[in-house]
Structures are given as C-alpha cells and as structure tokens.
Design a protein around this ligand. Structure first.
Ligand code: DC
Length: 230
C-alpha cells in the first residue's frame, strides 16, 4: 500500500466533480470532502437566521455559531452534510435560495478563511479527495494530484436538471442554465480565490466521457504518479 496522497479536484458548477471525487474516495478508501456543501451549508444558516448576506461584517460575526461536519448514511454509506447537528443534505441541494445566494457568500474573504482552515484540518493526514473551486490553488497548493474538470455548459445544465427532477424539483433547462452561468461568472471573477486552473493541474473535459471512463482515466494518472500505486 503506497503512502496516502491529497487529491484536489476543482472545476465549474455541475461538471461532475463530486461524482468523480466520491468514486475515487471509494476505490482508494480515502476520505471525501465536498467543500461546495460547506459553502452551501453556511449560506443556509445565514438565510435561516435572516442575516443580510450583503453585509460581510454581519456574516463574519455569525461564523462562530456555524458548525459544519459530515455523516454517513448507515445503509447506503452515502455522505451527508450536517449543520449544527442537523442533516441538511437535501435542503442545500434543492433550495433555490441557497443556490442563488451561495456565490455572494463564498466571495467574502472572512467566510473563505473560516472554511479553508477547516478544510486544511480535514487533510492533515492526507488520504483525502477534496473537491471545490480553490482546492489546488489555495487549500492544498502542494497536493500530489490536482485535477481541473470541465464540461460544456449545456451538458452541465442538463445533468443538473436531471438531478433536480429526480428530487421532484419543478424547474426548466433555461432556469438551470442561467443559474449555472451566473455562478460560473461570479466564481471566476471574484477577487478572493477565484476559480482558476492551478498551473500544475491536469485538465479533463468530461463532456463526452462516461463516469467510468473518467474514473479510469484518473486511476491511470494516479498509477503513473512517482512511486504511487493503487
Ligand atoms: O460545488 P457547488 O456548486 O456545490 O458549490 C457551491 C458554491 O460554493 C459555488 O457557487 C462556489 C462556492 N464554492 C467556493 O467558492 N469554493 C469552493 N471550494 C467550493 C465551492
């Protein structure tokens, strides 16, 4: 068994980062941390407590009350997100207010500092797959493997629409595409930790790749890492 590594996965909204990260964590028996879920959970707390998300000082003063962790469903072993002791996994995925507000919240430096610290803590012992927007650039700039995932916007919107319809959410392709493009723009243009490809990240466009093909591609990359084997 080779030494555990850190796998940093960055990319646009709904490009399949989490699916890949979960598959890798499963195959390698690594921890998995979905940092988007952390930003969503924090946003949900602010909305529920009527904290004005456009006032960074008010947001910053709420941070000490926010505790985010992850749990595992006993039967399916699916990971879920916990906010102050409550399983909020479903709500952060389907609540459209969270989807609209999260880019505003995640652009705030105090919020990022707060969550990045916890994320670095999770990765202290390596053996972790983490996905987000700034993992290879800010959270783990020395990660052994950095991936930058992309897919065409129409394909991403269709995947997200399928996911929402599976959860019985009534929405349209146009609405989903507009939200996704707005988030792409905010994520790539914000001043603090914008979404950019790290210099040493490997880019994978999965527009025409099946989940299995993508996984095999990455497992081959891991095998090829110096001194690593899976
Ligand atoms: O991956 P996601 O769509 O669940 O992420 C939700 C939002 O959180 C996204 O609009 C950008 C933000 N985010 C971030 O700024 N940094 C991260 N590491 C992860 C997510």
């Amino acid at each position: 068994m080779s030494a555990p590594i850190i796998i940093a996965i960055d990319g646009y909204s709904s490009c399949g980062k989490s699916t890949l990260a979960k598959q890798l964590a499963n195959v390698l028996n690594y921890k998995y941390v979905d940092t988007g879920a952390m930003y969503r959970a924090l946003t949900l707390y602010l909305l529920r407590n009527q904290i004005d998300i456009h006032h960074p000082e008010m947001v910053a003063s709420a941070l000490p009350q926010i505790h985010i962790s992850f749990g595992l469903e006993p039967n399916s072993q699916e990971q879920f997100t916990i906010l102050n002791g409550e399983n909020i996994e479903n709500e952060i995925r389907v609540n459209s207010r969270v989807a609209s507000a999260v880019s505003t919240v995640s652009a705030q430096p105090e919020v990022r500092k707060f969550l990045v610290k916890q994320q670095q803590e999770f990765g202290k012992e390596k053996g972790i797959v983490m996905d987000g927007r700034d993992i290879g650039t800010v959270v783990f700039p020395h990660a052994e493997l950095k991936l930058f995932i992309t897919a065409e916007p129409n394909i991403r919107a269709q995947r997200r629409l399928d996911e929402l319809q599976e959860k019985n959410q009534d929405t349209s392709f146009e609405e989903v595409l507009a939200n996704l493009q707005k988030r792409d723009l905010m994520d790539t243009t914000r001043a603090d930790s914008p979404l950019v490809k790290a210099k040493d990240a490997i880019e994978i466009d999965n527009s025409n790749l099946s989940r299995e093909e993508q996984l095999n591609k990455v497992l081959a990359l891991i095998k090829g890492l110096n001194g690593q084997s899976v």
